[in-house]
Write a protein of this length. Sequence first.
Length: 297
Amino acid sequence: MKHIERMAVIGAGTMGRGIAQVGAGAGLAVALYDVGPGLAERGREGIQAFLNQGIAKGKVSEAERDAVLARIETFGELAPAVVAADLVVEAAPEDLELKRRIFAELDRLAPGTAILATNTSSLPVGEIAGATADPARVIGMHFFNPVPVMALLEIVRPPATGEDTLTAALDVGRRMGKECIVVSDTPGFATSRLGLVLGLEAIRMLEQKVASAEDIDKAMTLGYRHPMGPLRLTDLIGLDVRLAIAEHLYRTLGTAAFEPPALLRAMVAEGKLGMKSGRGFYDWSPAGTGSMMRREV
């Protein structure tokens, strides 16, 4: 089995910086890359802010914070970020052609022995792997947001993925403190397919004035012991991300349950994307962080 010591993360957004943090927390040397000027460094600053919150809550020590940050190096160019990687995890937006272009570059720039993983939550890993010369080293590693908190890692294995690749991905996932499940490369995998049905139905219920966003969420947190309601979770994931996944699954599966509700499309068009934009089903602005939006639907 290949032992992973150095990891490169492609994309320094919410998911990428979370993956970088848990990798560094597991003792890996992490190269954090993003294409925009200063984006990788801002991602590292986001990791520091997250760890500082942990210190304030008594869950992280200053020494632990400093050790994690010391293992993360930022890059604005792809080649030096991946040149020595044992594992590369791509955390770019959910766009199949974008991911295929990235993997073609990774195939050229990363060591031939490196495992290439995608964090996609719904796109076909096999099609992404098809952009490389060696699909046996490609696998899906679907983390959940917020990555340092969520325990699950969904390992997605297309038919061409090698046994050594799977074994190494499971090993590094466990070293990151994750509980791993292995699923086949089917549309939506296991988690996105199940979670999206619940989230879309909650949006339809809000659209139909069945109940308020707050009460729909309480129905699941108090009635079914979910840690978070489906609408608040949608705000955390991003309404645009949920819409992209719904459109993909509706196209590929043709099931009415995955047809995006009009309310979801309207909110994305208005720029109400959830926590990252400050507005969604809840108010995430500094004045009202996480409170329910008084939205007429």
